[in-house]
Design a protein around this ligand. Structure first.
Ligand SMILES: Nc1nc2c(c(=O)[nH]1)N[C@H]1C(S)=C(S)[C@@H](COP(=O)(O)O)O[C@H]1N2
Ligand SMILES: [Mo]
Length: 333
């Protein structure tokens, strides 16, 4: 196989891995299993191409700046691969300082992006017509098949050896503390736990030019219950019983396109107006009032959505006419 085509295949696989990884992060419902699986297979296909790649690297006579950046890229990809495989086999117990394997995996992948882009530009790596010959498509098919077999081997090893990885949810996350109220508290990036005075706190409910202010006692009278899964992209999930006010009750007949749920920290997520009946503004979990870490006095419960949608320390709920998708796919703080 020519070195140009091997490099092309590797970069394509990196692209697929990034795309499926992002898709897996964005998805909380059952179909997440497909991007998650494709993500694993793309990673294993990169591992399978490694012998060819190392032969190319040994023969290469590129300028030293290019060699240095491709070395960095290689190291980052190896870190992402090793941490990814460790996460899906050994579980989320392994720590690297403050990080678990999933966080190392995502961190390495994000840092690798600019190096991969530079590599494509520096080597002018673009597909040619002849790359899509029958022979090459056959090779690609073989690689895909081998990656699927490798994926099956990893899952088989998980089960045969009774590794933690055998108990992953379809998102790849591991169960922790379900129905006990004792589960991790997680911030998305750099948000900080808020210690809010419950008696001074008010919830603003805003719709067009109408607005209402609810105090804690008023909100705590609602007793809608939902038992559902909080599934954090850092690799854990927990089933809990949440109680509080359904958003359709709080919003009544307020008309609009979307609902903006805002935290005291400024952290904000936007939902389709039609989702209101499925969203809960919780004041309690597992029979107890929320702790500060879990978002007291009130936090959003968004069944079927990954943890980063579950806004904590909520101070306002607003209906307006903007479409819900007019926001970053992932929060920026
Ligand atoms: N305001 C705010 N809400 C937030 C976050 C945050 O950083 N800030 N993190 C989110 C993420 S990533 C997750 S997984 C859940 C975690 O909820 P918990 O800490 O109660 O387990 O809260 C979400 N709500
Ligand atoms: Mo999260």
């Amino acid at each position: 196989m020519s070195s140009r085509r091997t490099n092309l295949a590797l970069l394509l696989l990196l692209g697929v891995a990034l795309l499926t990884g992002a898709l897996a992060f964005a998805t909380g419902t059952g179909w997440a299993r497909w991007p998650v699986m494709a993500h694993g297979m793309a990673g294993l296909a990169i591992v399978l191409l490694a012998p060819w790649k190392s032969a190319i690297a040994r023969r290469s006579h590129r300028p030293s700046a290019e060699r240095a950046t491709s070395l960095v890229l290689t190291v980052l990809v190896v870190i992402a691969l090793v941490s990814g495989i460790l996460f899906v086999t050994a579980g989320r117990g392994l720590r690297y300082g403050p990080l678990n394997a999933m966080q190392v995996h995502v961190g390495a992948a994000l840092v690798a992006i600019p190096f991969a882009v530079y590599h494509v530009i520096a080597t002018r790596l673009l597909p040619r017509r002849t790359d899509f010959s029958r022979r090459n498509l056959l090779r690609a098919g073989l690689l895909g098949g081998a990656a699927a077999v490798a994926y099956g081997l990893v899952e088989g090893a998980n089960r045969l050896l009774g590794l933690p990885g055998a108990d992953r949810r379809f998102t790849g996350s591991y169960e922790t503390g379900s129905m006990t109220g004792n589960f991790p508290t997680t911030q998305w990036l750099d948000d900080e736990v808020q210690d809010i005075d419950r008696d001074a706190w008010r919830l603003q409910v805003i719709a067009g030019d109408r607005s209402a202010s609810l105090d804690y006692a008023r909100l705590a009278r609602y007793d809608d219950a939902v038992t559902t899964v909080l599934d954090c992209t850092s690799g854990w999930y927990s089933t809990q019983e949440w109680r509080g006010a359904r958003l359709d009750a709080l919003l009544d007949d307020a008309a609009g396109e979307s609902i903006v749920v805002r935290s005291a920290t400024g952290y904000t997520r936007r939902f389709p107006r039609s989702d209101a009946a499925g969203l809960l503004l919780a004041t309690r979990v597992a029979g107890e009032p929320l702790s500060a870490g879990h978002g007291a006095p009130a936090r959003l419960v968004a069944p079927g959505r990954r943890g980063f949608w579950w806004v904590k320390w909520v101070v306002s709920i607003e209906v307006d006419d903007r479409p819900w998708w007019l926001q970053l796919p992932f929060p920026a703080t």
